[in-house]
Write a protein that binds this ligand. Structure first.
Ligand code: ARG
Length: 451
């Protein structure tokens, strides 16, 4: 039962937060006259020593003491004697673990946002360099219309920027301090919850003692934000897997992030993106695991909730690793611009442009679509590319097709006509880049200020 019930092997990660929370609690007890000032001094000094021992790794943690909280208290009592028994005055491990966990998540979110910032910056740097690389944009994995590679990188940047916002939102809701809620019903002692909340960097104490020890939605929210982020990383990874295949040949992954096959000497496997794609499942699994753990738990604390930590720790660590590896993989990627350009060069990809030309001449879009459908069928039947059809042939389908085919079916012309907000024209992509650089700068400032 001891082994089964112990959590210290994983909740030891909370030791820094646990010491911090205990010191804030002890100081408050002294301010309120619940313990003597001299006692508080001794307890704080003892807790600082426990902290140093944990930092150095010299303190052996005993699984029989269940968790990090009891281990810290036990070691403190060894150091300061029976006075150590006053640490837990007006406190339960239920409000303690809830407070530790919120503090831990608040710190980890800043780290995660830092890692995410790096990846977003890599995408923006590539977009700056690759604004004139053209490739086909795809829908249904079919070549659809040409776009700039910069536009493509910035599409991923946008999704990841929303992830950053989501992490910030989740952190903003971790602003109330559960400490002082006790086991579930507060305390008869005159605790000053406002002051411990302030000392620990929270905005205010939580407003309901039952909810304080029962709530784990902050952890769920972080796991949900990480799951969505990992889905984005997985989709980017899937693209890199496709693009690095011989079938696409769009990119080559640096040897540092790929591996050879142990059997087939000619192969190079896209390990980094494959692993990121694989690990996305694990993070989503962590979210589902905690959702299911909490489902059906009445108020307030239950031992089931000790199972919140492993999925949470694993998801945070896994996501941080994926962010770093994917950033490095994309930073060192070699892009094969001629292959991309060739894939985007089929004039068929500009068939929509022809329809829109007719629309500008007053034809209803549905009719224009049919006219162009007939032109496309003709090109396919005769094997003559759209760009090489004569003007007469074109006007045989509709007299309003009065452009010079060779210049009309230019990828460059098509892109530059797409100056619409959010479109792939050069000027519009440059505007998007400027925007992205400003947002990254603001995020960097925000994270530095928060630390
Ligand atoms: N190890 C417990 C957890 O992580 C700490 C709180 C335990 N509370 C209790 N009454 N046993 O959830």
């Amino acid at each position: 039962m001891e082994r089964f019930s112990s959590s210290v092997n994983f909740d030891r990660r909370l030791w820094r937060q646990d010491i911090r929370v205990s010191i804030a609690h002890v100081r408050m007890l002294a301010r309120q006259g619940i313990i003597a000032k001299a006692e508080a001094k001794q307890l704080v000094r003892g807790l600082e020593q426990v902290g140093r021992e944990l930092e150095q790794g010299s303190l052996e943690l005993d699984p029989a003491l269940e968790d990090i909280h009891t281990n810290v208290e036990q070691r403190l009592t060894e150091i300061v004697g029976p006075l150590g028994g006053k640490l837990h005055t007006g406190r339960s491990r239920n409000d303690q673990v809830a407070t530790d966990l919120l503090l831990w998540m608040r710190e980890e979110i800043l780290q995660l946002r830092g890692g995410l910032l790096e990846l977003r910056a890599v995408l923006v740097e590539r977009a700056e360099r690759e604004i004139d690389v053209i490739l086909p944009g795809y829908t249904h994995l079919q070549r659809a219309q040409p776009v700039r590679l910069a536009h493509h990188w910035l599409a991923h940047y946008q999704a990841l920027s929303r992830d950053d916002e989501r992490l910030g939102d989740a952190r903003r809701r971790m602003r109330s301090c559960p400490l002082g809620a006790g086991a579930l019903a507060g305390s008869t002692l005159p605790l000053d919850r406002e002051s411990t909340a302030a000392e620990l960097g929270f905005e205010a104490p939580t407003q309901n003692s039952l909810d304080s020890v029962s709530a784990r939605d902050a952890a769920l929210e972080l796991l949900a934000a990480l799951s969505i982020l990992m889905i984005h990383l997985s989709r980017i990874s899937e693209e890199l897997v496709l693009w690095s295949s011989s079938e696409f040949g769009f990119v080559e992954i640096d040897d540092a992030y790929a591996s050879g096959s142990s059997l087939m000497p000619q192969k190079k496997n896209p390990d980094a993106p494959e692993l990121v794609r694989g690990k996305a499942g694990r993070v989503v699994g962590s979210l589902v695991s905690l959702l299911v753990t909490l489902k059906g738990l009445p108020l307030s604390y239950h031992r089931d909730m000790q199972e919140d930590k492993e999925p949470l720790f694993d998801a945070v660590e896994t996501t941080a690793g994926c962010l770093a590896i994917l950033a490095a993989t994309i930073r060192t990627l070699r892009v094969n611009a001629p292959v991309m350009a060739a894939a985007a060069s089929d004039p068929m990809l500009l068939a929509t442009d022809v329809a829109e030309h007719l629309v500008q001449r007053g034809l209803p879009f549905r009719e224009a679509h049919q006219v162009v459908g007939r032109v496309v069928a003709h090109a396919l039947e005769t094997g003559v590319p759209l760009s090489e059809l004569s003007r007469d042939t074109l006007q045989g389908f509709d007299p309003r097709l009065d452009f010079e085919p060779a210049s009309f079916f230019s990828v460059e012309r098509s892109l530059e006509a797409r100056t619409i907000t959010g479109g792939p024209a050069r000027a519009e992509v440059e505007r998007a880049l400027e925007d992205a650089r400003a947002v990254l700068e603001a995020t960097r400032g925000q994270l530095e200020a928060a630390e």
